[in-house]
Design a protein around this ligand. Structure first.
Ligand code: UD1
Length: 337
């Protein structure tokens, strides 16, 4: 298949590109490099020995987006492009609405115009809002806890309407839990610009000496060790989930389908820090700090739907995720990337 990956140079997009190319698919990437770099695309090409057609542009620019569809024939689009920092979205909601909504609209319009009928969307477990019925199933109640989360939920709803109006259209919402780690080749990985917001990149920068210590946000939650619980999923598993969605799309019903992509297992922040330290040599100093506003205490997935319908299941260990995340960080710190 020939697949367009918007935001394909980013953390999840680049790993998905690798998996697709390794499986013999063709990939076109559109990325504005606002939170990624062209070097990831070159690294993907080097690793796979395949050429990737690259558009260095913002797909929310409808004219540029149309041009990509005029110059290529796609079987599917995986739409990763979008801003993703929860705290920043609270401070700058309109920036999030403009970027995330306009890019989704431009891509969907171009798809309809060119008869491309498979849209896979980078959604998030954040669409479950404050739902406390664990594990979260695709039919759990939905809600919003930040402007970022609102963009994910509203784009899911937009897709539902687009499917109703276009009976041949299929939209697959992949609700990610917490992706961590890097591809075993270390060709690509996560190395956010500036001080990281998310746990794993923060852990890596403390371990590499770039940051002094980790603050664990909250030790007084109603969980066994008092820290939050998340469903941390290896990025390579997440990437193979996208490939399963594309490859199994023929057997999906027309209209919208939603899938949780997680491991089905909750791990606490304390547990993850301890796995990270045992795998990478006890490099992380940490202190307990107050709760971070907006954090839900517990979030983990029921993954039976993705397993049954897509034939997909996460298989990598958290040890592997911690080892590869840190190894990629060291590779970047040593300037080899
Ligand atoms: C958030 C978003 C999620 C998004 C993801 C990646 C929500 C509810 N969740 O997940 O949708 O896909 O970011 O952008 O909007 N922690 C620390 N110290 C740190 C950093 C984090 O203790 O320095 C803790 C947090 O309090 C949390 C856990 O680690 O309990 C995971 O945090 P994080 O990696 O930021 O991901 P989420 O907030 O779960």
């Amino acid at each position: 298949m020939n697949v367009l990956l918007t935001g394909g140079a980013g953390y999840i997009g680049s790993h998905t590109a690798l998996e697709l190319l390794r499986a013999g698919h063709d990939v076109v990437i559109a990325d504005d490099f606002s939170n990624s770099s062209e070097s990831s695309v070159r690294a993907i090409e080097k690793e796979t020995g395949k050429k990737v057609r690259l558009y260095a542009c913002d797909v929310s620019d409808a004219l540029k987006c149309k041009m990509i569809f005029e110059e290529n024939k796609f079987d599917a689009v995986i739409h990763f492009a979008g801003y993703k920092a929860v705290g920043e979205s609270v401070a700058k909601p309109l920036m999030y609405f403009r970027n995330n909504f306009l890019s989704a609209i431009a891509v969907l319009e171009s798809m309809l115009e060119h008869g491309v009928n498979l849209f896979v969307f980078s959604s998030s477990a954040t669409v479950y809002g404050t739902c406390q019925d664990m594990p979260l199933v695709e039919s759990s109640s939905l809600g919003v806890t930040s402007p970022y989360g609102r963009t994910k939920l509203v784009i899911e709803q937009m897709c539902e309407d687009v499917c109703k109006a276009n009976p041949d259209f299929k939209a697959v919402m992949l609700r990610y839990f917490n992706p961590i780690g890097a591809d075993a080749s270390l060709a690509v990985g996560e190395n956010p610009k500036g001080i990281p917001n998310n746990l794993m990149p923060y852990l890596c920068k403390v371990a590499s000496g770039e940051l002094d210590h980790l603050s664990v946000f909250g030790k007084d939650y109603d969980t066994p060790d008092g820290t939050c619980i998340r469903d941390f999923i290896h990025i390579s598993d997440l990437a193979s989930g996208h490939m399963a969605a594309v490859e199994k799309s023929g057997s999906l019903p027309k209209g919208i389908s939603c899938f949780n992509l997680g491991t089905g297992k909750g791990t606490s922040v304390d547990e993850l820090v301890s796995i990270f330290n045992s795998v990478n040599g006890n490099k992380v100093k940490f202190v307990y700090a107050g709760r971070r506003p907006g954090d839900v205490p517990v979030s983990y997935a029921d993954v039976s739907k993705a397993n049954e319908v897509l034939g997909w299941k996460a298989s990598h260990s958290l040890e592997d995720a911690c080892a590869t995340a840190y190894a990629y960080q060291m590779k970047c710190s040593e300037g080899r990337h």
